[in-house]
Design a protein around this ligand. Sequence first.
Ligand code: AHR
Length: 533
Amino acid sequence: MAPTLASRPRLLVLLGLALIGLSRTAPAMAADTVALSVDASRTGAKIDRNIFGQFAEHLGHGVYGGIWVGPESTIPNTRGIRNDVVAALKALKVPNVRWPGGCFADEYHWRKGVGRRAVTLNPNWGGVTEPNSFGTHEFMDFLGQIGSEAYVSINVGSGTPQEAAEWLEYMTAAQPTTLAQERAANGHAAPWPVAYLGIGNESWDCGGNMTPDYYLSQLKRYSRFVRNFDPGQQQDPRRMLKIAVGPGGDGPRWTEWTETIMKAWQSHSWSWDIDGLSMHNYTVVKWPPAYKSVGFGETEYGEILEATLEMDRLIATHSAIMDRYDPQKRVALVVDEWGAWYAPLPGSNPGFLVQQNSLRDAILAALNLNTFARHADRVRMANIAQMINVLQAMILTDEGRMVLTPTYHVFRMYVPFQDATFVPVTLDAGTYAHGDVRLPRADAIAAKDKAGRLWLAVTNLDANRPVSIEASVAGIAPKSAAGETLTAPRVDSVNTFEAPDTVAPKPISAKVHGGTVALTLEPKSVTVLSVEP
Ligand code: AHR
């Protein structure tokens, strides 16, 4: 993975321009009231539900303990999968789950996780034993229980095209091949759909330290030979989408990687193809990760948010390269690892990447989801790292206990944006300044759902000042507006097993008069509203 660094001089110029813009539009408004305008008839790209994807790697307690407790556990479970976690994830309408890694994927040999299990090691993540009790059947069962689709990452680093091809045959073949019969003997006669296939993971680093050209030659072989036989997917225009390894950050090393893959793709032959290019970008100001996930102040709050806003520039950089080779945007940019990466919690195994999740992470999540939505024409899939107990998790567990994180609440509040149509928003709330950090004071996106409702998500980044918004809404005649807002007493407020609702959404309603929706956003808050016609 590669750290992102904020570019402060550029931000200062942008904020200066924004302030000039504000001084031109401000006079008509009451003091400190901010104008937002949105025209529901001006629609853009679909916000693909897949940008709300999750990532579950065999890492720490991400799978074992987090999802899988085994059928004999006293923790309530269905065929070994925890019931509390399933119920919580169902509310997120998780569109896809990337599995089994991460770096783990390039050392994963699927046969050890079907039938009689082999106990192996997990050298990437703490060197612990890997029981392989959560394998293909358990993953597919888990997807069925939460109602999600499979994003399977195949082993390019230490596997072979044959091994990966056989895994896909095992999962997807309906005809009575030996592998399909083995699947049936192991308890699943019908083939499973595999919606997304990741061809390697970070092949420039933990996935094999490959050069772009070497990876490209591997990509062509895997794309050619790793087939999906699921009859249900053969006639489906959304047949299994193949996702190539893409860039891991900023700078020439990464633009060269994107150039190499996209240039080759432009003149690809019938025998290989891709539908997506992956990009990994964590919010980590120092490497190795040093920022604390709890017990920090406003300075660290500002610095982390400043760093996370780099996502926009990174997407723009790689999208511009993709546009040159793929102006019709057939290949999606898939941000399949993103989120905050902090220092491991004291006392935890450093290889398990355990961190707390605070109000700061909720705001960080909203800002990234807004960025993906603004790039919805190219960014059609993203996977936060990671789903449970690892990095910026939705859920933390400890034996039989479970707590929902602030990030979970943002993902739940944003569900209406899944597959909604992007609607541009104009908002200039000025600047939130703390120390050396200068950030936009507020950020907003809007979208229209299939029922014709307009959804508005507004984040107040300012840790201290509320923002009063007057939104002028065109394209629909608003009658009422209500939703939820998420904030907490401190920027580092967290939910714990003992106090699970310190950061929890509460209802909010706005005043609607004429075509205007007025509401006040609390400091450091995320708000999602539906505007009803
Ligand atoms: O998410 C943790 C790790 O970060 C993944 O295994 C790897 O792909 C990335 O470097």
